[in-house]
Design a protein around this ligand. Structure first.
Ligand SMILES: Cc1ncc(COP(=O)(O)O)c(C=O)c1O
Length: 397
């Protein structure tokens, strides 16, 4: 039985739209990520999952340790439900959440917040000033891992921290050490230009060559810079962890001596944008089904909804992929629509009103913002339902 038949059969009693997670596919993706990490633990990026029971399932597997959360309120909630060791990977300016963190012993033990500038420390100090008996706040230093060339005229990689060199990192570490109420426990440097950019994209061979050149140069530069930074900061603080990488760079980042753990999330669901890497292949694990609601002309069907664009620089690669049956494509004039989406192609001929089309999201966790639950499919059956953050009434971003 092919995947389309299997998914159709498992969900025959449901009315789309709905989302499913193929557990066997996710397990196989997770195992491959662990192999690629070569013995270093993987911290699970919650943004790429956004479902508590799924995070728990992953953390129960060998090779995974800790959560990389995206907001402090999210981290507080996760810890209140029993999850441990949660690193908030982006700076927070949420004063109420900071005050809650400082006043709650368990949260303060389990959560680490991100800083890259004394302004962050000042903001925390003012947010927690009114808290009596406050607990020490665990902090992690975010380092810029971007690629810079041609005297600074070329810069590639997410714009995150302004801390780039060992002396800057050591200065900020010393500032943290000087202040009361903080403990520097970690370093993080996320090389998005390697981990998040496929090096086998279809289309332009020249672009692919340029990406490979950039990534090779960037890796070489980062190995030595990250090593120097970690060495310098370790003179000032006892670091518990040095985090780096993402799904696209696991095996490369894991080889660096200075890195103690890898962050990864997208690889579990293996969304469309992760099809284009030379180093690994995954199995699409998260899918959503939309119903065919009309047939406007020969060779065209229209499905309900569909406009679940992924974040990032806008472009066709941010659209969901019409996945099964294969051979469907968007109408270039309409794309993926707010309430309906026409799909063109030979495969449309065989689809009737009430049939379903299976899609993959371009990214991973954003799918969970669209659905209250994920139906967990094993083989030909739904074995469980897992609420998403949205299904638990939580929207953090
Ligand atoms: C700090 C950080 N680490 C790692 C990742 C990689 O996550 P994923 O494996 O989901 O691509 C990201 C993604 O944006 C990130 O922001």
């Amino acid at each position: 039985m092919d995947d389309r038949q299997r998914y159709d059969r498992a969900t025959a009693h449901l009315d789309p739209p709905f989302a499913v997670l193929d557990l066997a596919a996710m397990r196989s993706n997770a195992e491959s990520m662990v192999r690629r990490a070569g013995g270093k633990p993987i911290r699970v990026a919650s943004k790429s999952i956004r479902s508590r029971p799924i995070l728990e399932r992953i953390l129960a597997m060998d090779g995974f340790a800790g959560v990389m959360a995206f907001t402090l309120p999210e981290a507080l909630w996760l810890v209140s439900t029993g999850l441990r060791d949660v690193l908030v990977a982006y700076p927070t300016a949420d004063r109420a959440a900071l005050a809650e963190l400082a006043s709650d012993g368990r949260a303060a033990r389990e959560i680490t917040i991100m800083v890259d500038h004394p302004d962050h420390l000042d903001l925390v100090e003012s947010a927690v000033a009114g808290v009596r008996d406050r607990h020490e706040i665990r902090v992690c230093l975010d380092i810029d891992a971007g690629f810079v060339a041609f005297g600074g005229r070329l810069r590639i990689g997410a714009r995150r921290s302004a801390v780039r060199e060992a002396d800057q990192a050591a200065d900020l570490a010393a500032d943290i050490a000087k202040r009361t109420g903080f403990r520097l426990v970690g370093l993080m440097a996320y090389e998005s230009q390697i981990a998040g950019v496929g090096d086998a994209a279809p289309g332009s061979p020249a672009r692919t060559r340029a990406i490979r050149w950039m990534q090779a140069r960037s890796r070489r530069e980062l190995v030595s810079r990250r090593g120097r930074i970690v060495h310098a900061v370790r003179q000032v603080a006892d670091l518990e962890f040095v985090n780096g990488g993402g799904t696209g760079s696991i095996e490369k980042t894991a080889r660096e001596k200075a890195v103690t753990e890898i962050a990864a999330g997208s690889g579990f669901f293996h969304p469309r944008l992760f099809d284009f890497y030379r180093g690994f292949t995954g199995r699409p694990a998260a899918l959503f089904a939309l119903p065919v609601v009309r047939r406007p002309a020969a060779g065209v069907v229209t499905v309900l909804g569909g406009g679940y664009h992924a974040s990032g620089a806008p472009g066709p690669d941010r659209l969901p992929q019409p996945y099964l049956p294969c051979g469907l494509r968007y109408d270039p004039d309409e794309g993926a629509g707010e309430v309906q989406t026409p799909l063109l192609g030979q495969a449309a001929e065989d689809l009737r009103v009430g049939d379903r089309v299976w899609f993959r999201h371009a990214k991973a966790g954003e799918l969970s913002e669209r659905f209250a639950r994920l139906y967990l499919v094993d083989g030909e059956k739904i074995v469980e339902e897992a609420p998403t953050y949205r299904g638990e009434g939580r929207t953090f971003l």
